[in-house]
Design a protein around this ligand. Structure first.
Ligand code: CO
Ligand code: CO
Ligand code: CO
Length: 317
């Protein structure tokens, strides 16, 4: 998508504060000196068996791009593809799960659009607002910053294990709960601090999104693989080969930008659904965020720009 968009002609509009050029989570459009719109859209095929949970995860995932920009969500429009002869009860549960999550976020569901299609797809277009002076972008991470991640990694491998019937029920539930968790509280806590950069970790995996931040910020980001928290069972399922197809694509694309290797490779490239916020902020603020937000853990640090955008910490550092 980024590649296809990059070939389009550009119409200059001074109110576009963030467009599609910077791989940010959402577009930002200035309405006035005090207020800008934040807009994003996301949808995907079912990733868990329970239709109600799937709807909620689709909503939490779409809302997350607003939070990753430091915004507050206002309205949501549902986007749906559903088979013409599909089960109406399943559809109702998907929509209800989504609507309940949108409501939990304090966001208003104001409509949507559906088409008939064999494969189910569901998600939302979300609009929020942000103070134009406090937009938190990919760019902005500074040498000396700590890097904090607010959720564990592994939704891709656990999701694949669920599809193959390998996942223990308690592991499946833990992954589901993590994907259902709104990034709203993490966003509010980060906004109370001096934050330099933020993105949410989704399809490109931890290293893919860290790469975007490093390039946009003209720094090198060091990730300590041993500091990255994993979902229960994620390591076991990765070792059993329950690795989603997206991992290979992510590795092919991102690995040339990475200095060093890790046995946790499959998880560092694991595509996440409704993953956590990856936040660059000064050391003292990072300590306060870790203390204030239960899911927040330091996973690395920001270094002066080196030969490659990313580097993996060695066990002894
Ligand atoms: Co995002
Ligand atoms: Co997105
Ligand atoms: Co951002």
């Amino acid at each position: 998508m980024d590649h296809a968009l990059s070939r389009l002609p550009r119409w200059k509009d001074e109110n576009v504060l963030i467009g599609f050029e910077t791989s940010d989570d959402a577009g930002v459009y200035k309405l006035s000196p005090e207020c800008a719109l934040v807009q994003t859209v996301d949808f995907f095929t079912p990733i868990v068996d329970d239709p109600y949970a799937f709807g909620g995860i689709a909503a939490a995932n779409a809302l997350s791009d607003i939070y990753a920009m430091g915004g507050r969500s206002l309205t949501a429009l549902a986007v749906l593809a559903y088979p013409a002869d599909g089960d109406p009860d399943t559809l109702e549960r998907i929509l209800r799960g989504g609507a309940d999550k949108i409501h939990e976020a304090g966001c208003a569901l104001i409509g949507g659009h559906s088409i008939n299609e064999e494969d189910i797809k569901f998600g939302y277009a979300v609009t929020g607002i942000v103070d134009p002076a406090r937009v938190i972008a990919n760019a902005g991470a500074r040498e000396g910053d700590a890097l904090v991640l607010t959720k564990p990694i592994g939704t891709g491998v656990v999701g694949t294990a669920i599809k193959r019937g390998l996942a223990r029920p308690e592991d499946a539930r833990a992954a589901e709960a993590s994907m259902l968790e709104l990034n709203r509280a993490a966003c509010e806590r980060m906004l109370a601090l001096d934050v330099h950069a933020c993105t949410d970790v989704t399809g490109f995996g931890l290293l893919g999104h860290a790469r975007e931040m490093a390039i946009a910020s003209a720094v090198t980001i060091e990730i300590d693989p041993e500091a990255v928290r994993l979902l229960p069972g994620a390591l076991d399922y990765a070792r059993l080969g329950a690795v989603p197809g997206g991992t290979r694509n992510n590795r092919e694309f991102v690995a040339p930008c990475v200095d060093g290797a890790s046995p946790l490779d499959a998880l560092l490239y694991d595509p996440q659904t409704s993953g956590g916020l990856l936040i660059a902020l000064p050391e003292p603020a990072a300590r306060r965020l870790e203390a204030a937000h239960p899911g927040a853990h330091r996973v690395g640090r920001v270094l002066e720009k080196g030969p490659k955008p990313l580097r993996l910490a060695r066990g002894d550092s």
